[in-house]
Structures are given as C-alpha cells and as structure tokens.
Design a protein around this ligand. Structure first.
Ligand SMILES: Nc1nc2c(ncn2[C@@H]2O[C@H](COP(=O)(O)OP(=O)(O)O)[C@@H](O)[C@H]2O)c(=O)[nH]1
Ligand SMILES: [Mg+2]
Length: 325
C-alpha cells in the first residue's frame, strides 16, 4: 500500500480511503503498525483541526439517540460529523455500542456523516490507541466535529477524555439518590452534564436530577480551564430534539473561552504527551507477550511457583533480557 497516496486520499475527503486508513491503524500486525506510523506522520500535516467531543453514559441513557439528533442538527448547519467509539467490552458482548446503527438511521445515511464502530477484540489500551489515531484521521479528512462515544466501564472515560477537547456526560432522570451512582472522578471530568429524557412523564424527574447535579458540580474543585459557571448541568430530550441547540451553544462558549485563554492548545499538548507515554508502555508490555520473552516468562513463572527462584530475581532476569533486546 502506498502511504503517501492513502494520506492524500484521506485529506481529499475520500470516505473509502478514510475507512481503509482506520482499518490500517486498527491492525495489530507489526508491518501494519510501521505503515500506520508513516501514514500518521503525513496526516498530521493537513493542519486541520476538528472539535473533539467525548460522550459517556451508561447503556440505555440515550447516547445513540442523542448522537442521531445532535449529529443531524449539526449536519443541517453544514458541518461534517464523525462518530467513533471506545468500547473495550465489544469483544465480550459480541456487539459494539455502535452496532445499533438503527438508532442512527438518519445520520448513517448522510454523506457528511461518518460512523465507525469500536475496534473489536482488544484490551482498553489497544482500543484507545487505535481510536485516538482514527480521531486524527477523521480530523485530517475534514470532519468539523468528532464525537467519541463510550460506555461507562472503568477506565474508558479517562481514555476518551484524553482524546477529547470537551467531555459530555449523559445521564438519565433518577428517582431519589442516584447521584452517588456517578463516580466522583467521572463528574470531575465532565464539562457538561446532560440529563436526557426531559420529556413526557420524565420531565420533572429530569429537572430535579439536573438541579441535583448542578449542585454537586458547584461543590467540585474549580478547574483552571473553566470560565465562570462551568461545568454545567442541563436537561435535554434527544427524542424530542429539545435543548440540543442550547447545549451546542454552551459547548461553543466553553471552547471559545478555552481557545482565547490558551487552555485548548495546552490540553492538546498535554494529551499528546499522555499518548506518547501510553504508547511506550503499551509497546513495552507487548514485548512481554512476544517471543523470546514469552517462553522465558512462562518458564520462570514455573520456577517461581516451585520456589526455585525468587520473584524478584526472576523479574530482574526478564528485564535484563528485555534490555538486551
Ligand atoms: N423518553 C425518552 N427516551 C429516550 C430519549 N433518548 C433515548 N431514549 C430511549 O432510551 C432507550 C435507550 O436509548 P439508546 O439511544 O439506545 O441508549 P444508549 O444505550 O445510551 O445508546 C431507547 O428506548 C430510546 O428510545 C429521550 O430523549 N427521551
Ligand atoms: Mg447506543
């Protein structure tokens, strides 16, 4: 494959080239990885910048419905929208979170929308790296907005927030004291909390939930990257298309403020450093799963279990072999 040609086609906005490029960065093969690195070098020169929005929420809160309505609204404004996902569970559950394209029926038919399910069969670190590169590819391909969806499982919110400019937390109306259900760490990541399903019978519950979260947000330590009144909680109805425009306005207000005050670029620099560190760790760990270290480790593990060698000594031997390459 000619990487220069592929990069040019991606930057020209060719969807099939974009899909092929994403497949390449998702590949676990060593020769593909070398090509992907070459491709990403060229892609970075497009100079384009999209707004990257992370979206998290537990299954059933309405993420897919929200993406459909919100995405369609943006498309009608003339924007190009890409939707990606980080779903480390997709290999286990068999279906990706974006498998339900039926909930994004309109969006998936739009020529200015690009929807890509989560890469399958990998641990979170691997999925994350590939999605981060897919974000870069979509950006170079001229998408104005990239939505990165994730379900609330363990570390995946952190990973998505490390590749996003804005992080949205989608919640459902709660009865009573469900507030504790959202981990503090995740609340602290959110730039905007959207309480969905503020319609019909659920409307007043949604408003109460929203007020509760607004109160909780005020108790969270002030972050330097926020202007006054942020982070915010708002109600929306993805089904009835309510509050989406207001939410979009808030996102723009926040983004503009961060750009003017240097926080937007600062965050992207920090994220680049973060992924540099992650890729080194990931690369080192994957060495341990390859020969000759893999067999060496299996053999030493056996000896450790038998009490023939101490764990510390065995580990030192492995690290020495790693260094000697
Ligand atoms: N009443 C109401 N129901 C909604 C809304 N958004 C989503 N739903 C419903 O919630 C369920 C889960 O929605 P879905 O988008 O698949 O959630 P996801 O699992 O987070 O992607 C579906 O039955 C939707 O029709 C909304 O704004 N109002
Ligand atoms: Mg969904």
């Amino acid at each position: 494959m000619d990487m220069k040609q592929l990069a040019e086609d991606v930057i020209a906005g060719n969807r099939r080239a974009l899909a092929r490029a994403i497949t390449l960065v998702e590949s676990g093969r060593d020769d593909h990885r070398a090509q992907a690195i070459e491709l990403m070098d060229m892609i970075g020169k497009s100079g384009r910048q999209a707004l990257r929005i992370g979206l998290s929420g537990t299954p059933g809160v309405g993420k897919s419905t929200f993406i459909e309505s919100f995405g369609m609204m943006l498309i009608k404004e003339g924007l190009k929208v890409a939707v990606l996902a980080v779903d480390p569970s997709s290999s286990r559950s068999g279906g990706s979170i974006l498998g339900d394209k039926t909930r994004m029926e309109l969006l998936s038919r739009e020529k200015n929308a690009f929807i890509r399910p989560s890469p399958a069969k990998s641990e979170l670190g691997g999925v994350a790296r590939r999605t981060r590169e897919a974000v870069g590819l979509c950006e170079a391909a001229g998408y104005d907005l990239i939505l990165i969806e994730t379900v609330g499982v363990g570390q995946s919110e952190t990973v998505v927030s490390e590749m996003s400019d804005l992080f949205l937390l989608l919640l459902a109306p709660a009865g009573g004291d469900e507030l504790q259900g959202v981990k503090r760490g995740i609340m602290e990541m959110a730039d905007l909390i959207l309480v969905n399903k503020a319609d019909g019978d659920l409307k007043s519950a949604a408003q109460r939930t929203c007020a509760d979260y607004a109160g909780a947000l005020r108790l969270i330590r002030k972050r330097p990257q926020d202007p006054k009144d942020f982070p915010k909680a708002m109600t929306v109805s993805a089904i009835e298309d309510r509050g989406l425009r207001e939410a979009w306005e808030e996102m723009n207000t926040l983004t503009d403020w961060r750009r003017v005050h240097g926080f937007f670029d600062k965050r992207r620099s920090e994220q680049a450093e973060y992924w540099f560190g992650q890729d080194i760790r990931h690369g080192l760990l994957s060495q341990l799963e390859k020969e000759p270290l893999k067999s060496m480790i299996a053999e030493l593990a056996h000896q450790v279990a038998q009490g023939e060698i101490t764990p510390g000594h065995a580990a030192a031997d492995v690290l020495k072999a790693l260094q000697q390459g």
